[in-house]
Write a protein that binds this ligand. Structure first.
Ligand code: ADP
Ligand code: MG
Length: 331
């Protein structure tokens, strides 16, 4: 048992302490829990919080964007299972400084997020906080039991692919941290940071494809999230970093500000696109129909290997090293 206080170890500890009582229910360890219904459908359930000074600085984000983002980050976990979001519950811990208009704007953002993704707010809990603001959403989605995709089913030889640009949201965060000037380039990254667009349609579509073996959303960066996937699937992975999809905006701002765009794409969180692993003989066909359906590419970035828990990074086929220390909530 590893007693270092990291998010990973805390979750592992709870997972071992609460073994599942039924093989049909899925619990701790994936993007959502899964509860089957008796007609071949299933509920998927996720809960994610945004905490002041951990996930956001109150002065930097509008209450509207904060409310919208709270919905979007949870929707992304439902999309990652290949399901549709349906019902949610909202928990707030508010301090004495939040004006009534701030709360109204937050509610408007939550409402917009719910309307955008077809979600009904069914309840929640409202509290005071003597410290940081705390916002949590619990989201219930629905899908076909036998179509749901998990993190634990990646297979050696699978092609690893992602559905969107990596590192843009982290670029937005760095613009805020480094107080860089606002222009059309930086605005695009700031929008990715404040207003993520989870991939519900793509998730449902990919889940329906024969040959898609595993799926998860990217909330903590490829390095951390691929690490989670290979751990659950008891395999390894090799990533060709020259294939990482990097937007023109991030590439240009990286040049101008001496950022390492590939390192940002590997470690930056909050991309909220999807990562899938696809059987190699199905990949080309799925990639082609993905493009025909969404008019956007599905980007291959590497391959699943049988080297248990080993993730290697290559640049044009040669071993490459990056600064890859994952985010730790407790430091
Ligand atoms: P994601 O990044 O996809 O939102 P998390 O990293 O938040 O997922 O959580 C990973 C898994 O661990 C999920 O199944 C989640 O429900 C579970 N989990 C996280 N924290 C706890 C906790 N304190 N108790 C029980 N389960 C937890
Ligand atoms: Mg997730």
């Amino acid at each position: 048992m590893n007693n270092t206080k990291t998010e990973e170890n805390v979750i592992d500890y709870f997972e071992k302490l609460f073994p599942l009582s039924s093989p049909f229910v899925r619990g701790i360890g994936d993007d959502c829990a899964v509860i089957p219904k008796d007609n071949g459908d299933a509920y998927v359930i996720t809960t994610d919080a945004l905490v002041e000074n951990v996930h956001f600085i109150k002065e930097q984000i509008s209450p509207f964007d904060l409310g919208y983002k709270l919905v979007a980050v949870n929707v992304s976990d439902v999309a990652a299972m290949g399901c549709l979001p349906r019902y949610c519950f909202l928990t707030l811990a508010l301090g004495k400084n939040e004006a009534w208009s701030w709360i109204q704007q937050l509610a408007a953002g939550v409402k917009q997020g719910c309307a955008r993704y077809g979600i009904e707010l069914l309840g929640g809990d409202t509290n005071g906080s003597k410290g940081a603001l705390f916002l949590n959403l619990t989201l219930v989605g629905e899908g076909k039991w036998d179509k749901i995709k998990y993190r634990h089913s990646a297979k050696a030889g699978d092609i690893i692919a992602v559905t969107g640009f990596l590192g843009d949201s982290y670029g937005g965060l760095r613009i805020l941290q480094e107080q860089l000037p606002k222009n059309t380039l930086s605005e695009k990254l700031l929008r990715s940071h404040f207003c993520p667009e989870p991939s519900v349609e793509k998730g449902v579509w990919l889940a329906s494809c024969l040959g898609v073996n595993a799926m998860m959303d990217l909330s903590d960066g490829i390095h951390t999230d691929l690490g989670r996937m290979v751990k659950k699937s008891q395999c390894g992975a090799s990533v060709e970093t020259s294939l990482l999809p990097i937007s023109q905006e991030l590439a240009t701002l990286s040049l101008n500000n001496h950022w390492d765009a590939r390192q940002m794409a590997l470690t930056g969180g909050e991309d909220y696109c999807l990562m899938v692993t696809i059987a190699p003989d199905c990949f080309e066909q799925i990639q082609r129909s993905f493009y025909e359906t969404f008019k956007e590419p599905l980007y291959p970035i590497g391959q699943i290997t049988d080297k248990r828990l080993e993730v290697t990074y290559l640049a044009q086929g040669l071993p490459a090293s990056y600064q890859l220390s994952p985010f730790n909530h407790f430091i």
